[in-house]
Structures are given as structure tokens and as C-alpha cells.
Design a protein around this ligand. Structure first.
Ligand SMILES: C[S@@+](CC[C@H](N)C(=O)[O-])C[C@H]1O[C@@H](n2cnc3c(N)ncnc32)[C@H](O)[C@@H]1O
Length: 335
């Protein structure tokens, strides 16, 4: 729901604006403190650059104020188009389904991230929420899971259908995670890897995804994390530098720009990191609170990385959700 609608009362708006102003102020104070309190000489320049970027990135918080405004729509439309282009003209690269070494390591990575043995997935129903090109969907199909994959990118859906066509239990459907998912079944396992922070409303898309986990079922999220350690600040600074350098370019021009800078196999990864307009960063405590308040327990970070790789188990039933369509019961003819 947009924050401000015609039916929102003036008093509600003022309270909300004060809340947001406080949040932004607290966050900036925290960042300034981090920069000032760190060891004097230790990567100070890096931390200062990060702070400057963060100040300007406060607009991410302001996005909340925009609700369903034309500006918000423009950001989400650019992000949608960027991913769709990515899966169309750059389907190959390191760590993708076209990378044989990724496919070889896939099940080991799943074991590391989920802390479950690969054999656990056999026969389980699994939702890949934001499947992209389908590299994880394919790995889970090979592990014997009954996979349903959704994404808002038509080219992504086309590619994942082709990739997983040999698996009879595989389903795919275009879906916008900012809307409740049109699936009647809930799942033993929901996997959403590198997706929610690109939606423009991480919390809203989180809500739609978490509701798809059945009681006792498991959820794995990979969500962009804020930098904390040396090197992590610099990584973000590099992305911001490229984002600014390419902000007025078309998608094919961005690809050319990256080809001049990086080896072919890294171009996809850099395009993914710098081209979408929406790339929000989050903290573990923030996501943990969302999970616990949604009825999840055993919430833990399972992998040491700047990005938050989080596993959780649903303890209680999700709140009621709108249900309109059962993908497994009604197999798309084009699949
Ligand atoms: C970085 S890619 C990750 C793809 C895949 N999970 C993987 O790990 O290879 C992010 C994906 O999120 C999808 N996405 C972003 N916003 C979305 C939304 N609102 N609804 C559905 N999918 C979305 C994009 O289309 C894109 O395929």
C-alpha cells in the first residue's frame, strides 16, 4: 500500500513524516559515529567516501514517501527493464546456469547456505521467488525438488522454462512480488536469492514471499547487506562510481562500458550490480525482526558475507492471504 493515499488522514501523514525524519536522522548519526569512532587511520578515506554516498543514498528512505507516485513507478519500471534486458542480452557469465563450474558447485552451495543436506530437498515443494535465469531452480530440480519459479522478467521466465524443461514437476510463472502471489499452495521451502532489495519496497515483497512458507517450512533469503568491514565499503563505492558514470546510458551502452573495463565473464555480474536503479541495503537485525514478527524462528545468518544469507523456520501460520490460482493444479500449456 502507498503510504499516502487520498483517504489517509492529515494527522496520520504528519506522524508518518516525523517517524521517517527520525529514522533518517538516526541513521545518519550512526554512520557519522562509525566514521569518527573507527581507528583514526584505518581505511578512513574509504569510510568517508561511504558516508558521503550514504548521505545521498538517503533518497532510498525517501522512496517510502513516494508511495505509488509516478517517480516510484519510474524507478521500478527501470529496474524491471534492466533485469529483463540482462536476461535477454547477457544470459551468460560467471556463476550463472551457463557456467559449468557453477552447476557443479550448485548443490554444495545450497548445502552451505541452507545448512541442510542436499538429500533433504528430494520430493519437497519449493518456490524460487525471483528466479531470474533459473540457475537455482535448475539446481533444486536436479536435487529432486518440485520447483515453482516466479519472476517479473518475461525473458527470465522464458529462459528458466527452457533450462528446466526436462523436469516434469517444474512450473514457472511471471509475477510481481509487490503483489500477493497468485498461488494456492504453500511450500516446504521458499528460496529468494538476491531479489527483495530490488523491488523498491523490500518489506512489502518480503511479506508476500514469507506467506508462501507452510507451517514448519523453511525460508532462505539473500538480501543485500550494508558494508561493515574493510573492502566492503570499497565494493559499494565502486558500484556507485559506475552507476553515476553510466546513469545516462542505454542498457547496450552500459554493456559496452563494462566490456571495456572487465573480462567478458564478469560483465554480467557488474551489469547486475550497477544497472538497476533500485539496490537497497539492509541490516540483519532489521530482517530478523520482520521474520520473528511474521511467525518465524531459528533465524540465523548461515554464511559469512556482506550480503545477508538468512535461514528461518515458520513456527506459526501466516496471516490470511489472497489466493486466486494454483500453479501446480493448472499447468501452463506453454511450459
Ligand atoms: C539479481 S537477480 C537474482 C536472480 C536469481 N534469484 C539468481 O540468484 O540468479 C534479481 C531478480 O529479481 C527479479 N525481481 C526484481 N523485482 C521483482 C519484483 N517486484 N517481482 C518479481 N521479480 C522481481 C528480477 O527480475 C531479477 O530476475
Amino acid at each position: 500500500m502507498p503510504l499516502f493515499t487520498n483517504t489517509t488522514r492529515l494527522g496520520d501523514n504528519v506522524i508518518m513524516l516525523r517517524y521517517i525524519r527520525r529514522k533518517i536522522r538516526d541513521r545518519l548519526f550512526k554512520l557519522v559515529e562509525q566514521v569518527l569512532n573507527g581507528e583514526k587511520e584505518a581505511f578512513l578515506e574509504e569510510r568517508m567516501t561511504y558516508l558521503l554516498h550514504e548521505v545521498s543514498e538517503t533518497r532510498q528512505h525517501l522512496r517510502m514517501l513516494l508511495g505509488e507516485s509516478p517517480r516510484f513507478q519510474a524507478w521500478t519500471a527501470q529496474t524491471r527493464a534492466s533485469f529483463d534486458t540482462q536476461w535477454h542480452i547477457l544470459p551468460e557469465g560467471d556463476h550463472l546456469a551457463t557456467d559449468p563450474s557453477f552447476l557443479q558447485r550448485g548443490s554444495k552451495l545450497v548445502e552451505e547456505y541452507t545448512q541442510l543436506p542436499a538429500s533433504w530437498f528430494k520430493g519437497k515443494t519449493l518456490l524460487d521467488a525471483g528466479c531470474g535465469n533459473g540457475r537455482w531452480a535448475y539446481v533444486f530440480c536436479r536435487l529432486g525438488a518440485k520447483v515453482t519459479a516466479v519472476d517479473q522478467s518475461d525473458h527470465g521466465i522464458e529462459n528458466v522454462r527452457r533450462l528446466c524443461s526436462e523436469f516434469p514437476d517444474f512450473r514457472a510463472q511471471a509475477a510481481n512480488l509487490l503483489e500477493p502471489l497468485a498461488l494456492t499452495t504453500s511450500f516446504d521451502f521458499v528460496w529468494s536469492f538476491g531479489v527483495l532489495h530490488h523491488t523498491g519496497d523490500t518489506r512489502r515483497s518480503f511479506d508476500n514471499v514469507q506467506k508462501m512458507v507452510k507451517p514448519g517450512g523453511k525460508l532462505l533469503l539473500m538480501i543485500y547487506g550494508e558494508p561493515e568491514r574493510q573492502g566492503e565499503f570499497d565494493e559499494i563505492n565502486t558500484y556507485v562510481k559506475h552507476r553515476r558514470a553510466t546513469s545516462a546510458m542505454t542498457f547496450p551502452e552500459k554493456v559496452e562500458y563494462l566490456r571495456d573495463l572487465y573480462p567478458t565473464e564478469l560483465v554480467h555480474g557488474y551489469f547486475d550490480a550497477i544497472s538497476p536503479a533500485i539496490n537497497d541495503l539492509h541490516r540483519f537485525d532489521e530482517i530478523r525482526e520482520w521474520l520473528v514478527s511474521s511467525g518465524f524462528g531459528d533465524v540465523k545468518r548461515t554464511f559469512d558475507n556482506r550480503n545477508l544469507i538468512i535461514m528461518a523456520i515458520r513456527k506459526s501460520s501466516p496471516i490470511s492471504r489472497r489466493v486466486t490460482h494454483d500453479l501446480h493444479a493448472d499447468r501452463p500449456t506453454s511450459n
